[in-house]
Ligand binder design. Structure first.
Ligand SMILES: Nc1nc2c(c(=O)[nH]1)N[C@H]1C(S)=C(S)[C@@H](COP(=O)(O)OP(=O)(O)OC[C@H]3O[C@@H](n4cnc5c(=O)[nH]c(N)nc54)[C@H](O)[C@@H]3O)O[C@H]1N2
Ligand SMILES: Nc1nc2c(c(=O)[nH]1)N[C@H]1C(S)=C(S)[C@@H](COP(=O)(O)OP(=O)(O)OC[C@H]3O[C@@H](n4cnc5c(=O)[nH]c(N)nc54)[C@H](O)[C@@H]3O)O[C@H]1N2
Ligand SMILES: [Mo]
Length: 775
C-alpha cells in the first residue's frame, strides 16, 4: 500500500480494481484522525467532476451571469475547453487588463508541496501579467492585523508558542477561553505526521495542572482532562477578562514592576477599566451582567491566577467574531497584569488548538515549494472582503489605518477553496458572485462554488498524483506517490496550465522546461540542501518516494514564548513602536476608528446592538467539524455518518429545545433576516442555554423555488453576517450571529448537495461563445 498525506494526517491507501477503497492509519500515529474515512467514498462519489464543463447560459450568450448558480452545464473535451478558456483569458486581459482578474483564491486545498492549487494558479497567472490577490486568512486574521502594532508578527508568535511539555512541568493553572477542542487538533496546515495533543494534555493533567474552560460548549476540552467548565454567553469573553482584571487591580494583585518594565500604556487602560474614561467600572459584577458568569467565580479565579503559575489561552475562534481584535488585546493585557509573560508555563498563548502542532512541534527548516513568481498587479484585498469588493467596484474601504480603493473585477478564478462554504452571508455572496463576467473554478467535486462558476475544470486529488507532504509546523517529510489514476478526464493542475500556457505562449516561463518529475526532483533537491545545512541527511528522491515517513528533529522542544524578551527587553526589543508590549497603542488611537480604539475595549455583539437578537434570541456558533476538514469530502463516510436525516447536526440545550417543542433527531429550521437553513436537532446539556451550535462545512444547498432560498443541508453561513471584525483588520466575524430555531413545517425536501448539477447539450448555434459582455 502507498503512503499519502492530508492536512489531517498520513495514511496508507488501500486500492482494489484501480479505485481507493480505504485509507488506513500509520502505525506510528498515536491518535490517527477519523477524517481519512471520507476519502474513498468522496473521491469515487457521484459529485466528482469528471469532465471540463461550461455553464449553458455562458456558452450560449457569452460572458455574463444570468442563471449563474442554477444553470445546467455542458461538458466539453479538453481541446474545446483549452480554446475557450485561452480566448476568454485573452479577452479579459486585452479589454480590461490584468487588474480585472481576481485569483485570491483563498482556501486550504490539499497537502503536497508541488501540486498546491493556489501556488500553481498564481504561478500560471503571474507568467501572464498577474492578478489581484487577497491577503490574510479566515482563521486568525484579526491577530495577523493587530499584533504587529502591539506585540509583533503573529505567525512567529504561534511558531514560538510555549510547549505543552513545559506547561506540564511548570504550570499550575491553565485558563482556556474558547477551550482547546481535540477535534480541531486533528488538523495542521500542510500535514501532521503524529497527533500529539491528547498525550501532551494528559501529561499536564497527570502532573496536577488545573484547567478552567470558559466555553459555550463542554466538549471544547476533552472529557479525559478534568476541568471546571464555565459557559459565558458567546462574544462576552472580553467582559469576563475585564472583570478578572478589575479584581486584580482593585485588590492590588497586579504586577506593577512587570507592567513598568515590559509594557507601555497600562495607565490609559487602567483608567478605562475603573470607568474614569466612560463612567463604567468593569467590575466582576458588571462582567456577570454581560456574560452570565457569577462575579464570585471571577473574583476567586482572579486571586488564584495571581497566586499560581498561570497560562492564559485564547482560542482563535474568539477573534472570528465582532470586534475580534478585542479578546486578543485583552488576553495580552490580562496576562501582562499577572506579570508571568516569558516565564516557563506562564503568560499567554493565542491560538493553541488552531492546529494540532501548535505548542507540540515545529519544523526545523523550510522544505522546497513551487515558486509562485511575482504579480505585475500590486492590488490586493483583505481576504474576507470578497463580497464587498465584487459589490462595490472602485468603492473605498478602510484597512490598517489607510483608505483604499477596490479593483473592478471582471474575472474570478478559484482553485483550492470553497467560498460558498467559507464566506459569511451566502445570500449576499450569491449577489456578489453575479457581478463578474466570468468565473472559473478548479475542483474535484461539484461543490456550491463549482456550481456558481461558468467554467469548471476537473482536477486530480492528492492520492492521484506524485508529490511530497511537509506540514507548515511539522517535523516530518511524507512521501505521496500516486496510488490511482484520476477518474474521467480529470488532470493535475500542472498539466492543465501546461496545456493552456502552450496555447497562450507562456509555457516556457510557466514550466521552466520541467515536467512533473523534473519539478519534484528540483523541489526535493532544495529540501535536501536545506536539510544538509542543518546537518540532516535525506535520501534521494526515488528512495524517499517509495519509503516511509522521514522524521526530523524538533528544533525547540523547550520553547517558552517571549522568554528572550523577558530576559532582556532592550536587547530583544519587540518590533512595536515602543519596543514593548503596547497595552495602549498611540498608532491605533491616532487612526480614530470607532470600532477599534487605542486599548482593549468592550463592545456588544452587533446583532444585539441592532436589535436583531431580540427577534432571533439564540446565539449561533459555527465551529469546525470533527468529522471533516471544513467542507472537504463532505459526501464521504465519516461526514455522512454524523448527519441527522442527511442534515448537519445543530446542538441545542434541552430547555431551549423544550420551549420550541423540538425533539432530538427532528429536522429543524434555523432562521434570521439574512437567511434560512434546515438542520438536524441534537439535544445535549453540553451546550449553554441560549446558544445553538451548527458545524461548518455542509455543502450549501439552496432551494431556489423557496423565496428565502432556504438551504436544505445546514450551512451556518446563510445565517452569519458579512460585517468584519473592525475597520482596522477587516477580518471575518462568523461566530457573532443570532437566530431562531423552529420545528420544520411540512415535508422536508431532499438534500441535493451531493448530486451533480444538471448536464445538457448546447444549442447548435452556440459552439463558439459570443464574447460580448451582458451589461
Ligand atoms: N461560519 C463559519 N465560517 C467559517 C469558519 C467558522 O468558524 N465559521 N471558519 C473559517 C475558517 S477558519 C476557514 S480556514 C475557512 C475554510 O474554508 P476553505 O479553505 O475554503 O474550505 P475547504 O472546505 O477546505 O475548501 C477547500 C476546497 O478545495 C478543494 N480542493 C482540495 N484539494 C484541491 C486541489 O488540489 N485542487 C483544487 N483545485 N481544489 C482542491 C476541496 O474540494 C474544497 O472544495 O472557512 C471559514 N469559514
Ligand atoms: N476537525 C477539524 N479540525 C480543524 C478544522 C476543521 O475543519 N476540522 N479547521 C482548522 C482550521 S482552518 C482552523 S482556523 C482551526 C480553528 O480553530 P478554533 O478557532 O479554535 O476553532 P472553532 O471550532 O472555530 O472554535 C473553537 C471553539 O470556540 C468556542 N467559541 C466560539 N465563540 C466563542 C466565544 O465567544 N467565547 C468562548 N469562550 N468560546 C467560543 C466554540 O465553542 C468552538 O467550539 O481549526 C482547525 N482544525
Ligand atoms: Mo482556518
Amino acid at each position: 500500500m502507498k503512503l499519502t498525506s492530508n492536512h489531517w494526517g498520513p495514511g496508507y491507501v488501500n486500492v482494489a480494481d484501480g479505485r481507493i477503497v480505504s485509507v488506513l492509519p500509520h502505525p506510528d500515529d498515536p491518535n490517527p484522525s477519523q477524517i481519512s474515512g471520507n476519502i474513498a467514498q468522496s473521491l469515487n462519489g457521484r459529485a466528482r467532476v469528471l469532465k471540463p464543463a461550461v455553464r449553458k447560459g455562458w456558452l450560449e450568450n457569452g460572458p455574463g451571469s444570468a442563471r449563474r448558480g442554477e444553470d445546467a452545464f455542458v461538458e466539453l473535451s479538453w481541446s474545446e475547453m483549452t480554446d475557450l478558456l485561452a480566448d476568454e483569458i485573452n479577452r479579459v486581459k486585452s479589454t480590461y487588463g490584468n487588474n480585472a482578474i481576481f485569483a485570491g483564491s483563498y482556501g486550504w486545498s490539499s497537502a503536497g508541496r508541488f501540486h498546491h492549487a493556489q501556488s500553481q494558479l498564481k504561478r500560471f497567472l503571474n507568467t501572464l501579467g498577474g492578478f489581484v490577490r487577497s491577503e490574510g486568512n479566515y482563521s486568525y486574521n484579526a491577530a495577523l492585523g493587530l499584533m504587529p502594532f502591539i506585540l509583533g508578527d503573529y505567525r512567529r508568535h504561534v511558531a514560538q508558542a510555549t510547549r505543552w511539555t513545559v506547561v506540564a512541568e511548570h504550570c499550575d493553572l491553565v485558563v482556556l477561553f474558547g477551550g482547546l477542542a481535540t477535534r480541531n487538533t486533528q488538523v495542521s496546515d500542510g500535514g501532521i505526521s503524529r497527533h500529539r495533543i491528547e498525550t501532551n494534555l494528559k501529561s499536564c493533567a497527570d502532573a496536577g495542572v488545573r484547567f478552567v474552560n470558559f466555553s459555550p460548549i463542554r466538549s471544547d476540552l476533552s472529557s479525559d482532562i478534568p476541568a471546571e467548565w464555565l459557559a459565558p454567553l458567546p462574544g462576552t469573553d472580553v467582559a469576563v477578562m475585564m472583570g478578572i482584571a478589575h479584581t486584580l487591580l482593585i485588590e492590588d494583585l497586579h504586577d506593577r514592576a512587570f507592567l513598568d518594565k515590559y509594557t507601555t500604556g497600562f495607565d490609559r487602560f487602567a483608567a478605562y477599566l475603573v470607568g474614569e474614561t466612560d463612567g463604567v467600572a468593569k467590575t466582576a459584577a458588571w462582567a456577570e451582567g454581560i456574560s452570565g458568569i457569577p462575579s464570585e467565580s471571577l473574583r476567586s479565579l482572579a486571586r488564584e491566577m495571581a497566586s499560581k503559575r498561570t497560562m492564559i489561552s485564547c482560542a482563535a475562534s474568539l477573534q472570528r467574531a465582532d470586534f475580534g481584535e478585542q479578546p486578543l488585546w485583552m488576553t495580552i493585557s490580562l496576562a501582562a497584569m499577572l506579570g508571568q509573560i516569558g516565564l516557563p508555563g506562564g503568560g499567554f498563548t493565542i491560538g493553541y488548538g488552531v492546529n494540532g502542532n501548535i505548542g507540540n512541534m515545529e519544523r526545523p527548516f523550510r522544505p522546497g515549494a513551487l515558486p509562485q513568481g511575482r504579480s505585475a498587479v500590486s492590488d490586493c484585498i483583505p481576504v474576507a472582503m470578497i463580497s464587498e469588493m465584487l459589490l462595490n467596484p472602485l468603492g473605498k474601504y478602510e484597512y490598517l489605518g489607510a483608505t483604499r480603493t477596490f479593483p473592478d473585477i471582471k474575472m474570478v478564478w478559484w482553485a483550492g477553496g470553497n467560498p460558498f462554504h467559507h464566506h459569511q452571508d451566502l445570500n449576499r455572496l450569491r449577489r456578489a458572485f453575479s457581478k463578474p463576467e466570468t468565473i472559473v473554478v478548479n475542483e474535484m467535486n461539484w461543490t456550491a462554488t463549482a456550481r456558481h462558476a461558468d467554467i469548471v475544470l476537473p482536477v486530480a486529488a492528492p492520492q492521484e498524483r506524485n508529490d511530497f507532504g511537509a506540514g507548515k509546523s511539522d517535523n516530518a517529510l511524507i512521501p505521496m506517490p500516486a496510488a490511482v489514476s484520476p477518474p474521467g478526464e480529470a488532470l493535475t493542475e500542472f498539466e492543465i496550465y501546461c496545456t493552456l500556457s502552450k496555447r497562450l505562449g507562456n509555457h516556457q516561463n510557466f514550466s521552466k522546461g520541467l515536467d512533473e518529475t523534473g519539478w519534484l526532483l528540483h523541489l526535493w533537491d532544495e529540501t535536501r540542501q536545506s536539510a544538509a545545512n542543518q546537518g540532516i541527511d535525506l535520501p534521494d528522491w526515488s528512495t524517499f518516494l517509495s519509503g516511509d515517513i522521514v522524521t526530523l528533529p524538533d528544533p525547540s522542544p523547550n520553547q517558552v514564548f517571549l522568554a528572550e524578551f523577558r530576559e532582556d527587553p532592550h536587547g530583544n526589543a519587540l518590533p512595536t513602536p515602543s519596543g514593548l508590549i503596547e497595552l495602549y497603542s498611540q498608532t491605533i488611537a491616532d487612526m480614530n476608528l470607532q470600532d477599534c480604539p487605542g486599548h482593549a475595549s468592550w463592545f456588544e455583539p452587533r446583532d444585539k446592538e441592532t436589535g436583531l437578537a431580540e427577534r432571533y434570541p439564540l446565539s449561533l456558533l459555527s465551529g469546525q467539524p470533527g468529522t471533516r476538514l471544513h467542507s472537504q469530502l463532505d459526501n464521504g463516510a465519516t461526514s455522512l455518518a454524523a448527519k441527522i436525516k442527511g442534515r448537519e447536526p445543530v446542538l441545542l440545550h434541552p430547555e431551549d429545545a423544550a420551549n420550541r417543542k423540538i425533539k432530538d433527531g427532528d429536522i429543524v429550521e434555523l432562521r434570521n433576516d439574512r437567511g434560512r437553513c434546515l438542520a438536524g436537532a441534537r439535544i445535549t446539556d453540553d451546550i449553554r442555554p441560549g446558544c445553538a451550535f451548527l458545524w461548518t462545512g455542509a455543502w450549501y444547498d439552496p432551494e431556489f423555488e423557496d423565496p428565502h432560498h432556504r438551504d436544505r443541508h445546514g450551512n451556518p453561513n446563510v445565517l452569519t453576517h458579512d460585517l468584519r471584525t473592525s475597520s482596522l483588520t477587516q477580518s471575518p466575524a462568523a461566530h457573532s450571529a443570532y437566530v431562531e430555531i423552529l420545528p420544520i413545517e411540512g415535508e422536508a425536501p431532499e438534500v441535493e448537495a451531493h448530486t451533480p448539477p444538471r448536464f445538457t447539450f448546447a444549442d447548435a448555434s452556440a459552439t463558439v461563445p459570443k464574447m460580448t459582455s451582458e451589461t
